[in-house]
Design a protein. Structure first.
Length: 497
């Protein structure tokens, strides 16, 4: 993979009057030289961050690639607790207080909730009934009523015989793209006692290890069907016609057992819809509804995509994930006509809305020992936009993160190309101001190979500016994508939580 790292040309011939203007308005001269490890950077720019993006290119053409800094300012961190579920009759949201006048992307944590319980073992009267469904190779499974998790019964699998299996025969089912969960409890540590989960089409099987590492602890282990591997090399299991579901002893431990509970299957997910609402200067209460606020209807980066929308559809993936929604942008193109800034100090609501798939949102902020409580907002749910909101719980928030654009000094540009570029491939890299004028040329007409970094003379990128690359592709090569990454220094923002 070819690599490119940007450099700064001290004699780039750019408009020095612009540099003087920024120097005088943005920087205290006394904080310049010898006060920062990087030359020409004020000491107030004391924090460092980075972001990157991947771009597909048009072969044989000039490709214009744009990247803005993305700095975290408001967030609640944790994905431990299920907070609420988006359904066709339930909206889930998060209130936060804006500390910046723009948003340059958000993160939320959740999973598709269109699930079915494959087996929670509650329906079996006794071990004999269980053994009719879960047929053993050597040692019979037993119904357990003491070591349980979300229900009153579980399945006990003796780990006495290597290769022992317990198989449940089901109606042929297409499990392509499915995910799920299995609760697992081991009487012995995983390195001494190993169990695999498998599915099969009646001839071949695919499987994965159930990594319940510590003993005597219930684990809720994720299952991703498409990530399971063939048990016999060269054979192909038909995931569209699964008839067998089972467990297999991979490493035995005489006299010990593993317990299984609450097996859940989750169908391939669809999408959700995300909106932003300005709720005003006062923290909303449960007497408010979502539409007491004003919907922000110009989401999108006018300076990059040239378009705006009132809301965003987000395609979901299987399993619990943090979704980085980079297109959830509000006001980042600071000086562009049609751009609408946020009001610093106002309360805003991010709402997650049903499209075709139920979606469970995760988070946790219980203000326990060592946990800083987020006091400037809360997670909520509502039947619709006109119904009074209900707090998810005291101090409970979604796992959310809000990013913004700010003044930065670039200290590194890096990138990679997914194939060796042709001799006629050329990249020009420069910064642009908020009024879309080229400011500093970092690379001019170089073949994209490794170059110097920027630490000796870090270029300034003002709030709302961007880094732009013009990549002229050689159609004879195999390059199809370019990754750009930037690292920068910024002034730590004053945040509300």
């Amino acid at each position: 993979m070819a690599t490119l790292i940007g450099s700064y040309d001290k004699n780039d011939g750019e408009d020095q009057s612009s540099l003087t203007r920024i120097t005088h308005t943005k920087v205290d001269k006394q904080s310049y030289l010898h006060t920062h490890p990087y030359q020409k950077v004020p000491i107030t720019f004391s924090k460092q961050s980075a972001n990157s993006d991947n771009f597909l290119i048009n072969k044989g053409n000039l490709n214009k690639l744009r990247l803005r800094p993305r700095i975290l300012n408001e967030h609640v961190e944790s994905s431990k607790t299920l907070q609420a579920t988006v359904t066709s009759t339930n909206i889930v949201g998060q209130i936060f207080k804006a500390s910046q006048n723009n948003i340059n992307g958000i993160h939320i944590a959740g999973e598709s909730a269109e699930s079915t319980v494959f087996d929670n073992f509650e329906s079996y009267a006794d071990s004999a009934a269980l053994q009719v469904e879960w047929v053993e190779t050597t040692n019979a499974a037993e119904l357990e009523t003491t070591i349980v998790t979300e229900s009153t019964k579980s399945m006990k699998l003796p780990m006495d015989s290597l290769g022992d299996e317990w198989v449940n025969t089901v109606t042929s089912t297409n499990y392509t793209g499915f995910t799920g969960h299995i609760h697992v409890y081991q009487e012995k540590e995983y390195n001494k006692c190993k169990l695999r989960f498998f599915i099969g089409d009646g001839t071949n099987t695919v499987s994965l290890p159930l990594l319940a590492i510590a003993k005597e602890v219930w684990y809720n282990l994720p299952i991703n069907i498409d990530a399971m591997t063939e048990d016999i090399a060269g054979q192909v299991t038909d995931l569209t016609a699964i008839t067998k579901v089972g467990f297999r002893v991979e490493n035995k431990e005489g006299g010990k057992a593993i317990y299984i509970d609450h097996m859940v299957a989750i169908a391939p997910p669809g999408s959700i819809n995300v909106k932003l609402w300005d709720m005003g200067t006062t923290l909303p209460t449960t007497s408010n509804s979502i539409d007491d606020g004003t919907q922000y209807t110009t989401l999108g980066d006018l300076g990059i995509t040239g378009s705006q929308v009132s809301d965003l559809d987000v395609e979901l993936l299987g399993g619990i994930r943090v979704y980085a929604i980079k297109d959830f942008v509000a006001g980042a193109a600071i000086d562009v006509t049609g751009n609408v800034l946020l009001t610093v100090g106002n309360y805003y609501a991010i709402t997650i809305n049903y499209v075709d798939t139920e979606f469970s949102l995760y988070g946790r902020d219980d203000c326990g020992a060592g946990v800083t409580c987020y006091n400037n907002g809360f997670a909520f749910e509502a039947a619709d936009e006109a119904t009074a909101i209900t707090k998810v719980g005291l101090y409970n928030n979604l796992n959310f993160a809000i990013f913004s654009v700010q003044d930065v000094y670039l200290i590194n540009f890096s990138g990679s190309i997914n194939a060796t570029p042709g001799t006629n491939s050329v990249i020009t890299l420069y910064t642009k101001t908020t009024d879309y004028k080229r400011f500093n040329t970092l690379v001019a007409g170089f073949t994209p190979v490794k170059l110097d970094n920027l630490k000796d003379m870090p270029p300034f990128v003002e709030k709302g500016g961007m880094i732009k690359a013009e990549y002229s592709d050689d159609y004879t090569d195999s390059v199809s994508s370019v990754r750009m990454g930037i690292r920068y220094l910024y002034i730590p923002p004053t945040v509300n939580g």
